[in-house]
Ligand binder design. Sequence first.
Ligand code: ARG
Length: 591
Amino acid sequence: MPDVTSLLAERLQAAFDSVAPGADPVLRPSDRADFQANGALPLAKQLGRPPREVAEAVVAALDVDGVCERVDVSGPGFVNLVLDTAFIGAQVVAMAGDERLGVASAERPATVVVDYSSPNVAKEMHVGHLRSTVIGDALVRILLHLGHRVVRENHVGEWGTPFGMLIEHLVDVGEDTAGRELSVGDLSVFYQEARRSFDADEGFRERSRRRVVMLQSEDAETLRLWRVLVDQSIAYFDEVYGKLGVLLTDDDIRGESFYNPMLGGVVADLNDLGLLVEDDGARCVFPPGFTNRDGEPLPVIVQKSDEGYGYAATDLACIRDRVDRVGADRMLYVVGTPQAQHFEMVFAVARMAKWLPEGVSAEHVAFGHVLGQDHKMLRTRSGASVKLVDLLDEAVARAESTMADRDAPVPPEERPAVARALGIGAVKYADLSTDRVKDYVFDWDRMLAFEGDTGPYLQYAHARIRSIFRRAEAERATGAADHVDVAMDIATSEFPDPGIAIGEPEERALGMALLGYATAVAAAADASAPSKLCAYLHGLAATFTTFYERCPVLRASDAATRRSRLELARTTARVLAEGLHLLGIEAPEHM
Ligand code: ARG
């Protein structure tokens, strides 16, 4: 089933081609009509003809029989397209009959590596890692749904010089105490204490330095201690992932240590390629185009003067691994905006070395900060950084009390699961719905509200439609309804001849909104922007609300209208549930 946008794009392209081969129709959704094609204006300029005349020529050549009800030229030369109502109905019928709801599977599936979450061992997993986890997971789900091969990689930071200090601190406090602190997420305490000893105590510093060397040379006892740190932290990360309900598993962990054996090769190969420059004892690459404030070229430091390798060297080895071993066509790095320059420079070096071949893309999927109500970095009242498990538990607790306040009609045995879906969904949606590169303010009341652009609003819209069907089913069971159509199950698409009949403007608007689904999913994938899917789903839910206020469904005046409206409602519920699912948000039956 081709979606409406592609169908129109194709027909318009043919018409534009007949005027001037290859001209771009510039097809856009429109306020004036359903769609508009603005391409006549630039084309007229290029041809040196009056724009309206070019637009008229396009319209004359355009074949949209049975698709559009009206096509006209307006203003300086816009082509306005109004879809045929029967066509909208037929398209919705086709969508409803498709288990993929009209979302096509990629013709050429790509291998996409998604680098996300990536917290650091023995260091607080902060809200930035929460954002990465939530955004990355939504992208993974969307790309998988589009038929791509997706490889999740959790680039956990568990290697490098800080581990000398962390292991020595572990030795000092004892493994039991350390384990207790780390596995419950008191990571910052552990890290800060280690730091304090390091800053205050020359002996500790010396031990730490020796420990780094032992770690690098894979001393057995040192590796065992290191493993304790790593395992305890991962147990904590897993707890957070479990609460969040993300796809990440321990099999997706591809930490920095994995690349350690490859770092020597990175240096040697860069050297052979003639790209390495000695700078103050450090071995660097200077990718062209990167300078500091004073206009001096900026280095990517591959190996420090003390022979140690840094974050950039690991990322270079990582790119080679993703291209060579994983076979990536596309790599997404879901990491905060402060690392923008790091990635630009590392990608530039990888291109120079041809480790990143032409056909492979590397994209930094950047995101902004999470701010508190005071518009500063999110902190607890005492000023400590926010512990993620506490934050997620609070979300669920708050959702429970919201449900109690609203007297939510949820069966008692389902209440805990619904509260979880609501609370976690609210946190995720608040994160996903803002343009990711922007900072956003973490506001409990707003994100848990049942009104506005929130997770609960979408979940509620879905649950409300399900309740219409439960009522319909009850009416049928008691013989109160004389139509068989209510027997259909909302979750299946086996519904003989649903026959959408669009009469009211609100029905038309809902039909049009439904038909935008495939385009919204594709747009979210192309721009790595879950917010585009959020905005679409919110628009759909709002359109449904208006429809439901104006158009009685179960009390429709005749059987055909009732059947048609039920089908519109059913398809809306399916899109909402699937769309939320693609965002990693649950859609409960009752709310
Ligand atoms: N561990 C890093 C941090 O917390 C993020 C790693 C992102 N991924 C990467 N390939 N560099 O800042």
